[in-house]
Design a protein around this ligand. Structure first.
Ligand SMILES: [Zn+2]
Length: 294
């Protein structure tokens, strides 16, 4: 193989073979020996080996995923390349033990990779099916937002609600959806209810744990708190998003609907009745139908 004027054709590490990147990083006996000598100091998994460098990388990443050693081939290959250049351009002798020590030290310097996400599932909320219960979610994208509600009146009677909310932020969508839920539940004669949502901010606001300082939202919040106080018994609790998938899905679909449009599906004994689908103007909410800017 012909090579440039920048270096000799022979591998300067083993002086026994012609140099190619595949040779120098993967096949060279000196490189393989270096890897072998690192083993007692660095507990890497699997060998740096493969049909070519890409393949070696793939196999290495598979074995060392989540471990600090995932970056070891970068350190080793960089060290080998530097050593090779030092020999060629500066005629420096190779000091293998020093090289090995520098690789061990460089790896130690690297921060530990973040731990893998916990596989411990978060527990779902405990539902008291003797009392009406509901899930809500607000979804916002750049164009529009929507609200999704699942209200269980009893174990075999529920409502699935989608509401097109126009433009607004995620907090707006969450809060107005909660407000709609409270209103809807009261109109369907729920005097007690347990409500679940995945927005910690809105849950904290409605429960008075934190204060809402945004004027436009505080108007809606005040309405929601007034509605909340009309229930005999009410709890509004935070759940993780993974346990709010039903309302989440409805809210995403609702975000595609026109502002002020509702789609309400009543389910009795698993029979669905889509009985209400029209532009909905709520006289109790004067800002509906207007653009709300925040
Ligand atoms: Zn070699």
């Amino acid at each position: 193989m012909k090579r440039s004027q920048h270096g000799p054709t022979w591998c300067v590490l083993c002086k026994a073979d012609s140099e190619s990147s595949e040779h120098i990083f993967l096949r060279c006996s000196s490189t393989l020996n270096l890897w072998k000598n690192l083993k007692p100091f660095i507990n890497y998994v699997g060998d740096w080996a493969g049909t070519d460098i890409i393949n070696a990388w793939t196999v290495w990443e598979m074995h060392n995923r989540g471990l600090k050693t995932i970056n070891l081939p970068i350190i080793v290959n960089w060290a080998i390349w530097k050593t090779r250049n030092n020999v060629i351009f500066d005629n420096k002798p190779i000091q293998w033990p020093l090289l090995e020590a520098s690789i061990v030290a460089a790896l130690k310097e690297l921060p530990d990779p973040p731990p893998p996400p916990s596989r411990q599932p978060t527990p779902p909320p405990t539902i008291d099916t003797g009392t009406p219960w509901a899930f809500f979610n607000g979804a916002a994208n750049q164009q529009s937002c929507g609200g999704g509600i699942i209200l269980h009146i009893s174990e075999n009677h529920l409502y699935k609600i989608k509401a097109g909310l126009g433009t607004g932020t995620n907090n707006f969508a969450e809060l107005i959806t909660l407000r709609h839920l409270l209103h809807f539940a009261l109109r369907h004669h729920c005097t007690s209810i347990n409500i679940f949502g995945d927005s910690q901010i809105i849950i904290n606001w409605i429960n008075g744990t934190t204060t809402c300082h945004m004027h436009s939202l505080s108007i809606i919040l005040h309405e929601a708190q007034t509605l909340k106080s009309a229930f005999n018994n009410i709890s509004i609790s935070h759940i993780y998003r993974v346990h709010n998938k039903g309302a989440d899905q409805l809210s995403k679909e609702a975000a595609l609907m026109d502002r002020g449009t509702w789609e309400i599906t009543e389910v009795i004994d698993q029979q669905e009745h889509k009985y209400y689908h029209r532009p909905y103007i709520d006289p109790g909410y004067p800002t509906l139908g207007q653009h709300i800017d925040y």
